[in-house]
Ligand binder design. Structure first.
Ligand code: ACM
Length: 639
């Protein structure tokens, strides 16, 4: 809603220790005179506890929510500007997205008026040449396939068949799979010509099928002859992947005959390099409705990725309907100026809300199943639980000193308490519902970023430590996660979690899958401890990281700058000793959404790096080519 209020902000670097200051200008282009009001802005460059404010009074900060007031007896008439400065930050701003993401004004009578915000500008910016995201690109072979297969010996045809049709002998499963991939292509490329028909028509290229143990699970072989194509496969995934490859070859040739051909004759022998080719999405910081999730599953399937890791809660919100605890979504799925959960990360004067019902989940799980994409639900525990605790206070110790620890994102006392019996009653009911909704063998329980002094001011936690001989927070966390693991095992599920699950004494290694994220070498360390791992290092696979150092390149920076070429060429098992390689199950893209305020922004950062990770998961190292990748990546469908 346009209100006529506009907040501009500029970063002024001030050196290593103090980082810098931000000068703000709030312009009033509305018809109203504003007097003695408060201003809220959300910003990932957070202030210290008591920042220095010039021409404004600092009132409070809750994570990324910052609230200030005007000087006394202040008024802002039409056409006037309130200028003020804030100095004292926890880190430096390094990209234009590090400034105010949203703002609003609260008047003396409690009304909230939105203000629009622009980029954080840099005082003294010196333009540099920003490198392109992709190379010029070069196709040695005229075929569109993403990811590139393990082996392809193909001779291009002069013309592309209009359509590929099943033979009369195709099974119901095979014909259904053809039409599933047809529908997938129709959803992703609504203007494209269909690749398949289950009803033979004259002029079509015939597709014969052979289900055979000679192929690996998920593997397939395509033999192209002048008369027909033979698809050999072992299982449903191999069938889908073989069909997806044919659909892509057909799609490319129909889209741009100057660049791409359909094969006349030749063979593709293909199977994935890794069994786990995942993509994580944080729907807590920003909400993605059901139809967006289904489209993301479509894109993953097109790229032959097979796990969607659904990060369903965080400090900022809880997104999954839980029938036993309706308050989780009644309270925990909305951020608003009059909160319990305050606006964060781009929210303004209007409440922001969203959650998934059980019916939504069932629809998403079934959509994934058709496309061979498993859904890994994550409930982030015991940290990152501000929204959970706003809904269910009984999961914390009422005697714990308030604000006795803070998370790295600035949330006070945000971990559910392992010494409260209510915590396990809650998890019992929650896991029952999760198990009824999600058929995948793993449940991800987070485990990341619990503050190292969490619970130390909780008398209940202290008593538990005494009783169990636990020395510190991470021993407590391990005690908690072992109980969680037992609860999952009782329900036939395996535990997945972030790397910190291994802290303290960790959990049972058996069937446990951990995701190293803070640095590539953590993966080796976890494998040495006996854990299976999926590599998700921020330095290569966090798709919220900025893609160049330039100030105007949007994105986060804690893991450095992550250009697409680095994501593409990074070797996830690079330094793994031979004997530990079997513990490395695959790769995962992580889409964290603190910065992802718009769909355009999502697409700008997720692509082409998601395709690079898809290829890391599928294509043998010796078959990778940055030039070929650069030529093909622009054809990827986007959200
Ligand atoms: C994480 O990035 N906190 C797993």
């Amino acid at each position: 809603m346009a209100s006529g209020l506009i907040l501009e902000n500029v970063w002024h670097p001030l050196g290593d220790d103090v980082f810098g200051k931000i000068s703000f200008a709030l312009h009033n282009f509305s018809d109203d005179v504003l007097t003695d009001f408060k201003l809220v802005y959300t910003c990932l460059t957070r202030t210290v506890e008591s920042p220095i404010c010039t021409n404004a009074t600092y009132l409070r900060r809750v994570a990324n929510f910052h609230e200030l007031s005007t000087p006394a007896d202040f008024s802002l008439k039409q056409g006037e500007t309130w200028r003020f400065e804030v100095e004292g930050f926890l880190r430096a701003a390094v990209h234009r997205t590090d400034g105010a993401k949203s703002a609003y004004v609260t008047t003396a009578d409690g009304k909230h008026i939105p203000a629009s915000v622009g980029d954080l500008l840099l005082d003294g910016y010196e333009a540099s040449k920003v490198p392109p995201l992709l190379a010029e690109g070069h196709l040695e072979r005229p075929f569109y396939m993403q990811p590139w297969p393990a082996n392809a010996e193909l001779v291009p045809a002069k013309t592309c068949p209009p359509i590929i049709s099943a033979t009369e002998s195709a099974s119901t499963e095979e014909r259904a799979a053809m039409l599933t991939i047809n529908q997938l292509q129709q959803r992703l490329f609504p203007e494209a010509q269909d690749a398949f028909t289950a009803t033979p028509v004259s002029g079509a290229r015939l597709l014969r099928f052979s289900k055979t143990q000679a192929q690996q699970p998920s593997g397939y072989q395509l033999t192209f002859n002048e008369a027909d194509v033979l698809l050999e496969y072992n299982d449903k995934a191999g069938l889908n992947y073989g069909l997806t490859t044919i659909a892509q070859l057909h799609h490319g040739a129909k889209l741009d005959a100057a660049k791409f051909s359909f094969p006349a004759v030749g063979i593709i022998k293909d199977e994935p390099r890794y069994s786990w080719r995942g993509c994580h999405l944080d729907v807590s910081r920003q909400f993605y409705p059901k139809d967006d999730i289904k489209r993301i599953l479509d894109i993953l399937a097109w790229l032959k990725m097979n796990v969607f890791h659904w990060h369903l809660n965080d400090d900022e919100s809880w997104r999954l309907e839980v029938k036993a605890y309706p308050e989780l979504t009644e309270i925990g799925a909305t951020r608003s100026p009059d909160g319990p959960l305050l606006p964060q990360l781009g929210n303004g004067a209007e409440p922001a809300s969203g959650h998934y019902t059980h019916d939504d989940v069932r629809e998403i799980v079934s959509h994934g199943a058709k496309l061979c994409v498993d859904i890994l639900p994550e409930i982030d525990l015991p940290g990152h639980c501000t929204a959970t605790l706003a809904a269910i206070q009984e999961l914390s110790d009422g005697q714990e000193a308030p604000d006795s620890y803070r998370s790295v994102q600035g949330y006070p006392n945000n971990a559910i308490n392992p010494a409260m019996e209510e915590t396990y009653i809650f998890l019992d009911k929650l896991f029952d519902e999760l198990v009824s909704l999600f058929p995948f063998r793993y449940i991800h329980v987070g485990g990341d970023e619990v503050s190292e002094n969490a619970w130390l001011h909780s008398p209940r936690a202290r008593a538990l430590m005494e009783r169990e001989g636990l020395k510190n927070t991470f021993d407590l966390q391990a005690y908690f996660l072992k109980r969680v693991q037992d609860m999952l095992h009782q329900r036939g599920k395996r535990l997945a979690g972030w790397e910190e699950v291994s802290l303290g004494t960790g959990v049972s290694r058996e069937d446990t899958l951990l995701f190293p994220w803070q640095a590539p070498e953590v993966g080796i360390n976890l494998a040495e401890q006996g854990y299976d791992v999926v590599m998700a290092p921020g330095q290569a696979y966090y798709l919220d990281m900025a893609q160049s150092d330039d100030w105007y390149e949007p994105g986060a920076s804690w893991a450095g700058t992550v250009p697409p070429e680095h994501t593409y060429t990074y070797e996830p098992e690079g330094d793994f000793p031979e004997e530990l390689r079997p513990r490395m199950k695959g790769v995962q893209a992580c889409i964290w959404c603190e910065h992802f305020l718009t769909r355009a922004y999502f697409n700008r950062l997720v692509f082409p790096r998601l395709c690079a990770i898809a290829e890391a998961g599928w294509t043998p190292k010796e078959n990778k080519s940055w030039q070929r990748f650069s030529a093909l990546a622009p054809y990827t469908p986007k959200l």
